[in-house]
Every structure is written in C-alpha cells, then in structure tokens.
Design a protein around this ligand. Structure first.
Ligand code: NAD
Length: 497
C-alpha cells in the first residue's frame, strides 16, 4: 500500500494538493511504497511565510529554552531509534544496522545543538577606549533552507535544522524525493518534542521547489548536500541572490597503503569502507593506492570481496543492500563496463549479481578493479557504487601527488606504522578530512565536516562551531555611559580617547 508523504506547513502535516507525484520505491524490488508530492507554488509560499512569521517570536526565545527543545528531541529520537531505522531501511535498502548508524550520527548532531548557548557566546572588551566597552552578540539570520540527498536521509537533515533552529532561525527542509519518509518522521518527532508551529517546515519535490527557495526574498541561508552539478548550481544561484550558502558535493576518496602497515587491518578496512552501504557514502573509499611492496596484498583482497554478500535490510548476514534506484544501478554498471573496456583488470565483477526472489531490485555485487590509471573513467568519475579501484605507486610522494591532483577533497586515509609518514601525509595532503589508520574519518559533531575542493562550495562547514557561525550573524556594540555632565565640544577626529 503506498501513501502520499505529507508536507509540514505551519505546524500541520497535510497532504499536498498537487497533481504531480514522484514514486518512492523499495530498492530491493522497485515496488512503489509511497509517493512524494511536488509541493505547489502556493504551498511553497505558505511554508516560507510560516517560517518568516515564526522567526519573529522564535528568535526571542532564550537560547537555553531552545536548547531544551533539542534535549527533548534527542530523547525522542533515541526512543524511536529502531522505528526510524526501519523506515529508513525500507526506502533506502540499507541494512538495519547501517540504518541505525545513519540515525545515530544524526542524534549526535542534535546533542551538539544542545550546546548552542555556549556556541552563541560573544566577546567583550572593557575599556576599548577610556570608559568605552565593546561587546559582540551572535544573532540568528532568519529563514534557513536545507536541501538534502538520498544517501543519509536521517543524518544529513539532522546536520542542518537542529543547529539552525537552536541558533534561533526557522527552517524549511526539502529532503530527497527518493526517500522522504524518514525526514518526515524526523519532523513529526520534532513537533512532538514541542517545536512551535512554523519553526520547521518540510516541503517535497525537486528542482522547481528548490528554485522557489533559492529565489525567495525571505530565505537567508541555504545548506545543500548532493552531487557536484547540483551543488554548483545551488551555490551560484543562492550566492547570486546574495544569500549565504554551504554546498557539500561529490567525492573520490583515496586510501594510501604503506608497506609497513598492518596487512590484516588494511584488507578488512578496505572491504568495509569501499562496499559498505553499497558504496553510497560520500566518505566511502573508492581508490586504494598501494605504495611499493604493499601491492603484493591486492590479490588477497579478491577472496574477501568474493565473500561479501548483499541482501535484504532485515537479513542480519547481509553486508549491504541494493542501490537506491534503477538509474543509479545503470550508471554504476556503465562505469564498470567502461573500466573493463579501458583496460582495467576486473578481479571481482559484481555486474551480474542479483538476489534470488528480488531480481527486479537495484543490486550490484562487490566489484574490485586493479591496474587502474588516472585517465580511466572509473578513476575520474564518482561511481557511488560498491566498487574499489586499486592503483600502485612507488613512493609516498607519488601517492600524495596523485591524491592532490584529484579535483575532489572530501576524505582520505593512510595506513602505516610510521609516524613520520603519517605526519607528512596529514600535513601535505590537500583533502579536508584525513584518517590515520582510520579508513573513513568522519569527524564527530563537536568538530565540523570539512570537505575541500570540489567536495564543498562555501566557507563555513556543517555542524560544530562552524555551523553555529554559518547560521548566525555577529553584531558588535560599542557603548559609553556618561557619569557626569562633562562639557565637551563636537569631536572631529576618529580617535575616541
Ligand atoms: P542530487 O544532487 O541528485 O540531489 C540532492 C538534492 O538536490 C535532492 O534534494 C534533489 O531533489 C535536489 N536536486 C536534484 N536536482 C536538482 C536541480 N537540478 N536543482 C535543484 N535541486 C536539485 O544528489 P543525490 O543523488 O541525492 O546524492 C548523492 C550525491 O550526494 C553524491 O554525489 C554524494 O557524493 C553527495 N553527497 C555528498 C556529501 C558530502 O558531505 N560532501 C554527503 C552525502 C552525499
């Protein structure tokens, strides 16, 4: 039975009056499980008007009260952790364990949002000149917007609206049309936690709905996570309209393997970090760079890849699930084919994998390429599937040159037993998130998520102190209070003494 996913406008969950819907499918068999409405122009306008109206009173709510809303929300999210993960699994195909991780990483950001009173503290200097003090205050911006991708339907919306709202803003979320059920459940729990009407609104749809948000005079800041072309478009449009924007985009993450690394650790980590979540993680390892003699280990990856078996979300033995859509699967298969045609050696080929009984699902088996070169499409393109490309170089310097010449800069890691090699790599690599013997170095939310180059357009990153700055403006106040009626004439100079 499919159902229409409601909109959240002005505190009410209501069906859209649109005639345009996008099917939400179970990726394991492509059956339609829900429909995402494309919100009408009037519904978009109402959502924006509601957020703008709510801002007038929400910004006056003390930050400690706003933090208390996040405390209640955190408790509710924990209480509903399994239920959220089950919804998430059904619309993404993620295994239940992985879906729980998706929800959990979002809960951790809500915990950081509880810290907003400390994050909104300004600075004060007494006597900047005689009897004159200066203080800075941190104030919210107004209506903020979030546009999120399909691959983390709990974590990524939770990167955005809790921090923005705790800072005193109101928010409009436009989640991915491919898995809108998890975000709308997150919104229901937020209302249950006590969020006043209009503080969070949720609209559904695609480009048309996003364009309204990007072009509306009431929206002040835009957070986006998704692919490179859409990220570039949103960054240019939002900043062209004089709005603040942070756009997290695609990735191609390399792991460098030094010959002095712990071999068993390297091999096990490479399998999980590359094909886990069907490779649909923006921090997945998609390129393994073997330095010197470590190349001897590549053949040992083959049996490990062959052992990995995808399956249904509720199969505890399943390593990962199907890809999100037939389109995503077709793209991955096309790139695997190009890899073979361009001369890479396909040691394990997952192109023909299918799950018995679920042949119509978007399955791709684990795929391992060796002899990959920089010119090949499988190296140049973000595959976003369960595919690992192995490359070989002679020295750490060559590995650094390879990684640094890649246009993406989301994450990277090095496996080594040498502190000196690790130190050199962390210092010289031009990538924003570095792991040392840690394959997928996603920072916890008291830091920020700091992708670089084509993986991020903007200045201030997601969560942590940077998010508190992204969602606020600083006001400095300089004040003097006169004790006596000291006769003074007009002051014609810039000097305040
Ligand atoms: P996507 O770019 O197709 O969609 C992302 C969002 O943009 C969705 O809400 C979608 O409705 C909207 N959208 C799509 N086309 C649009 C258009 N023309 N104009 C305006 N809005 C549009 O991305 P996706 O396929 O959902 O997600 C996968 C991508 O996200 C991958 O490239 C992955 O690397 C990236 N990603 C990056 C990070 C990061 O932190 N850097 C994190 C997660 C995902």
């Amino acid at each position: 039975m499919s159902h229409n996913v409601p909109l959240l406008i002005d505190g009410e969950f209501l069906p859209s009056s649109t005639t345009q819907f996008i099917d939400v499918t179970n990726p394991a068999n492509n059956e339609v499980i829900a429909q995402a409405p494309c919100a009408t122009d009037a519904e978009m306008e109402r959502a924006i008007a509601s957020a703008a109206e709510a801002f007038k009173s929400w910004k006056e709510v003390p930050v400690s009260e706003r933090a208390r809303l996040m405390m209640r929300y955190q408790a509710l999210l924990k209480e509903h952790h399994d239920e959220l993960a089950e919804i998430l699994s059904q619309e993404t195909g993620k295994t239940f364990a992985d879906a729980k991780g998706d929800v959990w990483r979002g809960i951790e950001v809500v915990e950081q949002a509880i810290n907003m009173p400390a994050l909104m503290m300004g600075e004060t200097v007494e006597n900047v000149a005689r009897s004159i003090d200066t203080s800075s205050f941190i104030q919210p911006l107004g209506v903020c917007v979030g546009i999120t991708p399909f691959n983390f339907p709990a974590m990524i919306p939770l990167w955005m609206f809790p921090m923005a709202i705790a800072a005193g803003n109101t928010f409009i979320l436009k989640p991915s049309e491919q898995d809108p059920m998890t975000p709308i459940r997150l919104a229901e729990l937020f209302i249950e936690a006590g969020a006043p009407k209009g503080v969070l609104n949720v609209v559904h749809g695609g480009k048309d709905q996003v364009d309204i948000l990007l072009n509306h005079k009431e929206t002040k800041a835009v957070s986006f996570v998704g692919s490179v072309p859409v990220g570039q478009y949103i960054y240019k449009t939002a900043t062209g309209n004089m709005k603040r924007a942070q756009c997290f985009a695609g990735a191609k993450n390399h792991t460098v393997i030094m010959p002095d690394a712990n071999k068993a650790q390297v091999l096990n980590n490479l399998v999980g970090a590359s094909v886990g979540a069907a490779g649909q993680r923006c921090m997945a390892i998609s390129v393994a760079v073997f330095v010197g003699d470590s190349k001897e280990w590549i053949s040992e990856l083959k049996p490990l890849f062959e052992e990995v078996s995808p399956g249904l979300w509720n199969d505890e033995k399943a390593a990962y699930g199907p890809l999100i859509s037939p389109k995503a699967k077709a793209r991955v298969l096309e790139l695997i084919q190009q890899g073979k045609e361009q001369g890479a050696n396909c040691l394990v080929d997952g192109s023909d994998f299918t799950l018995p009984g679920y042949e119509s699902g978007n399955w791709v088996g684990p795929t391992l390429f060796t002899d990959v070169t920089k010119e090949m499409a499988i190296y140049q393109e973000e595959i976003f599937g369960p595919v690992l490309c192995c490359m070989c170089v002679d020295t750490l310097e060559e590995a650094l040159e390879l990684v640094n010449s890649n246009p993406y800069g989301n994450g990277t890691s090095i496996f080594t037993g040498s502190g000196a090699a690790a130190r050199k790599y962390q210092h010289e690599v031009e990538v924003g998130q570095v792991g040392i013997n840690v394959p997928i170095p996603v920072p916890l939310p008291f830091f920020s998520f700091t992708g670089w180059k084509n993986s991020f357009y903007g200045d201030l990153h997601a969560y942590g102190k940077q998010a508190a700055r992204f969602y606020t403006e600083t006001k400095t106040v300089t004040s003097r209070w006169f004790e006596d009626d000291i006769p003074t004439g007009p002051n014609m100079t810039i000097n305040l003494r």
